[in-house]
Design a protein around this ligand. Structure first.
Ligand SMILES: C[S@@+](CC[C@H](N)C(=O)[O-])C[C@H]1O[C@@H](n2cnc3c(N)ncnc32)[C@H](O)[C@@H]1O
Ligand code: SF4
Length: 451
């Protein structure tokens, strides 16, 4: 059977599966792990630990039709300024709950569009943050930047506070595609941000692109990749567009008949990989690329790659603390998500100082499955030896899972030292393989396309 038929046989063109940025996926979080759990887990973070901080800014001046992120449109700064005032209260309250001596190893501002903040508001936010969280010596400070909404002054403020990684939204430079996704953005607007950031001596420039958008063809996307190549980002995340209008209502503005089908999506993904690898990037996981000297590429080569809500990371901090509406915290024993609706989040912080709404307490079995899935997503491997070492009581289950994988996906895996590995030509199946060992996935929920 040809490769494409094998991929079809395993469901690549039909399956809807999670992206596994967490295990269990966030749609399985429940209210029983809310604010009380958040309080206990914050208090239990070891003193002197290095933590990661994620701050969510759920506002955009424009709402792109494809976007599945939690954000809302605003034409004025007022709601953004009010939100930041409350965020500063949450920062102080979370800090007061944590033990003394905590340091910040990572800081990520995401959204929405963090650069919608005025320079003054950004300064107030960062002053409060740095006053509460002492940075570790090697702080990585990254910010999601929409090049059409990032003033010189806000970029200057971010740089003054030590931003050293810029995550720039690009998606696609083709005008016809941009018109069909409600996001006009010129090459010059993008180049301007790259020049400012590079001009300040920042080495970490990331681009986000999407394949599977309306009207995209391999030729048009190859042209976008040529423009991208001229700007030489250090790292790229090239996500498959998740068309989930039943979750993200604004996607109803995208005409389904203009979308490439799943076989065309595979063609786009494969062309992208070939072009970027020819240009010297290393492919990382299912959708990231990085220059060989980028820390993510080094982490991948050294087997230190991790997966979190931003995708792939080399972050090894003890806990990830999410601040702001809908943000998710990850603790050693589970997850807590803040109130998703901005208005409820604001009320909860004003009244109680914390806004945990729902989450998940992980059992030992969940921890085992989480490690299996993270290994698959990051290494395309089922590391029996490493799993046994960490979970010695589950030896029989680990063996049974390896046998089931070999029998369910016979030509996908081969036996390698210490476990199983996926054949490189079948790596696109990794989310389907992960869903096979994910106890929750059997219940059937509606996720995005597997490719
Ligand atoms: C918070 S968003 C964008 C940040 C910034 N506001 C911008 O527009 O440049 C982060 C990234 O998520 C990705 N994204 C958004 N909606 C998506 C979808 N439906 N499917 C896949 N990726 C998506 C996009 O690549 C986007 O750049
Ligand atoms: S892609 Fe960025 S600017 Fe567009 S709606 Fe999403 S978060 Fe806002």
């Amino acid at each position: 059977m040809e490769k494409i038929d094998r991929l079809r046989h395993y469901g690549l063109f039909d399956a809807q599966v999670p992206r596994y940025t967490s295990y269990p996926p966030a749609n399985h979080f429940a209210p029983d792990a809310g604010q009380v759990q958040q309080l206990n887990w914050l208090r239990a973070v070891p003193g002197a630990a290095v933590v990661s901080i994620y701050i969510h800014i759920p506002f955009c001046r424009r709402l792109c039709w494809f976007c599945a992120c939690r954000t809302q449109g605003t034409k004025t700064r007022r709601p953004v300024d009010d939100y930041v005032d409350v965020l500063r209260k949450e920062i102080a309250s979370v800090r007061a709950t944590l033990p003394a001596g905590i340091r910040m190893g990572r800081l990520h501002l995401g959204g929405g569009t963090p650069t919608i903040l005025s320079a003054r508001t950004m300064q107030r936010l960062l002053e409060t943050l740095f006053a509460n969280f002492k940075p570790a010596e090697t702080l990585e400070f990254s910010v999601e930047i929409d090049p059409t909404d990032a003033s010189d002054s806000v970029l200057k403020t971010l740089l003054a506070f030590g931003m050293n990684r810029a995550s720039i939204g690009v998606q696609d430079f083709t005008q016809k595609v941009q018109a069909a996704i409600g996001r006009a953005q010129s090459l010059e607007q993008t180049r301007r941000v790259v020049d400012i950031v590079r001009g300040a001596g920042i080495g970490g420039v990331n681009f986000d692109l999407l394949y599977g958008l309306p009207h995209q063809t391999t030729e048009s996307f190859a042209q976008t990749l040529r423009h991208v190549g001229d700007l030489r980002p250090d790292r790229l995340a090239i996500y498959g567009y998740a068309h989930v209008p039943w979750i993200s209502k604004r996607q109803m503005l995208i005409r389904t008949e203009d979308l490439p089908d799943n076989e065309a999506r595979l063609g786009l993904a494969e062309m992208t990989r070939d072009v970027l690898c020819d240009r010297g990037y290393e492919a990382i996981g299912i959708d990231h690329f990085a220059m060989p000297d980028d820390p993510l590429a080094i982490a991948a080569r050294e087997g230190r790659l991790r997966r979190n809500f931003q995708g792939y990371t080399d972050d090894r901090c003890a806990a990830l603390i999410g601040l702001g509406a809908s943000s998710i915290s990850r603790f050693p024993h589970g997850y807590v998500q803040n109130q998703p609706a901005t208005s409820t989040y604001l009320r909860r912080i004003e009244t109680t100082g914390l806004a945990g709404r729902r989450g998940y307490v992980m059992t030992d079995h969940d921890q085992l499955v989480a490690m299996m899935i993270e290994d698959l997503m990051c290494r395309f491997a089922f590391r029996e030896d490493a799993l046994r070492e960490k979970f010695p009581k589950s030896e029989a289950l680990i063996r049974r899972t390896a046998v089931s994988l070999m029998s369910r996906f016979p030509d996908v895996f081969f036996i390698s030292r210490g476990g199983l590995k996926m054949q490189p030509e079948f790596r696109q199946l990794v989310r389907i393989v992960a869903s096979f060992i994910d106890g929750f996935a059997q219940a059937g929920s509606s996720h995005s396309s597997a490719i």
